[in-house]
Ligand binder design. Structure first.
Ligand code: MN
Length: 334
């Protein structure tokens, strides 16, 4: 069952949670602030209700989240790890089970045999759980989850509120994205009233860029390409090696591109160690980059999406740029 209304979803979610004791919490690979904030928000609420939540991340956590309350309880899955025993799986901020990454690859059958509930705001979510709350109008999963937890009558502690606020502020880039609505701000206000430590979060999220990341951004932006309303930039393995920056270091660079006057669609190409290319797409309303990301099995939001292309950089340019030029041309005539 796919719900979009929180009040009715809360009844169905509550029923599943009441029936379970050990609840496995999962989110997408390369977890961002919303993924981890939601994972930890659910973790706190369940633990404070007397349940045994198990928070399992598919890959390394973002550095700006390492100070979050309860983060030490998140287990980062390693190849070959067993899947923890659980009565229920709760997947958060993740459009499909395959986006859970290695955990899904190595435990596909076991995962499929367990009851699954899903809370998400991705427009591409396929609603594969037995109970799903999917609301693409929510600016973050943390926003949706906070309202769901309250509707279920589960406790939301100041620690949980702090974790959820990370999701609310990072997925909206502090209320700058077009997904920001009056509801987003109401949720933020409620989270602050609940005791979220905004000051600590702002310090961790916005005033914590490593020097190596600064230097990488400078290199990448200096080599940026521009073609009318289209801009693109590339992060190469060589640039990462030269600056000593980490793999996640370039994630802010796409935001920089997006800020440039006159840019309506932009893409960051990132060369990965395994020979694939990760693309991050951003657009203004009227250009749907989620649809473009779907070409390679990726996904995301209408104005912010991503995909992994199984090809070298030169081929990735040839595959992606014509689609973006066409989307721009189409939006100009619309
Ligand atoms: Mn999200």
């Amino acid at each position: 069952m796919i719900y979009t209304d929180i009040a009715t979803a809360a009844v169905a979610f509550r029923e599943q949670i009441d029936r379970a004791q050990r609840i496995l919490l999962l989110t997408h690979v390369n977890p961002d602030g919303d993924a981890l904030g939601s994972l930890l928000g659910a973790y706190h609420a369940l633990r404070d209700s007397g349940k045994e939540p198990i928070a399992l991340a598919s890959s390394a956590l973002p550095s700006y989240c390492m100070g979050l309350p309860g983060v030490e309880a998140v287990h980062v899955y390693q190849r070959g790890d067993p899947l923890p025993e659980a009565d229920l799986v709760w997947m958060l901020d993740t459009a499909s089970l395959s986006r859970v990454g290695l955990i899904f690859d190595e435990h596909r059958a076991t995962l499929a045999s367990r009851p699954l509930i899903i809370t998400d705001h991705h427009v591409t979510n396929d609603g594969g759980g037995s109970v799903n709350l999917i609301d693409p109008s929510a600016a973050s999963t943390a926003d949706l989850l906070f309202r769901l937890l309250r509707a279920m009558g589960l406790p939301v502690s100041p620690a949980a509120a702090t974790c959820l606020t990370v999701g609310v502020i990072t997925d909206t880039q502090s209320f700058q994205t077009s997904s920001t609505t009056p509801q987003t701000l109401r949720t933020a206000a409620d989270l602050l009233e609940t005791g979220a430590d905004l000051r600590a979060l702002i310090g961790a999220v916005y005033f914590s860029i490593p020097e190596s990341t600064m230097r990488l951004s400078a290199l990448v932006l200096n080599a940026m390409r521009r073609e009318g309303a289209l801009a693109w930039a590339t992060v190469t393995r060589a640039q990462l090696a030269l600056t000593g920056a980490s793999d996640e270091a370039s994630d802010d660079t796409i935001t920089q591109l997006q800020r440039m006057a006159g840019v309506r669609v932009c893409v960051l190409f990132k060369e990965r160690a395994d020979g694939t290319v990760k693309i991050s797409l951003r657009s203004v309303p009227g250009i749907n980059v989620a649809a473009i990301a779907l070409t390679w099995g990726g996904g995301g939001h209408t104005q912010a999406a991503g995909a992994t292309l199984p090809m070298p950089l030169a081929e990735a340019f040839d595959a992606v740029l014509p689609l973006l030029r066409a989307a721009l041309a189409e939006s100009a005539t619309a």
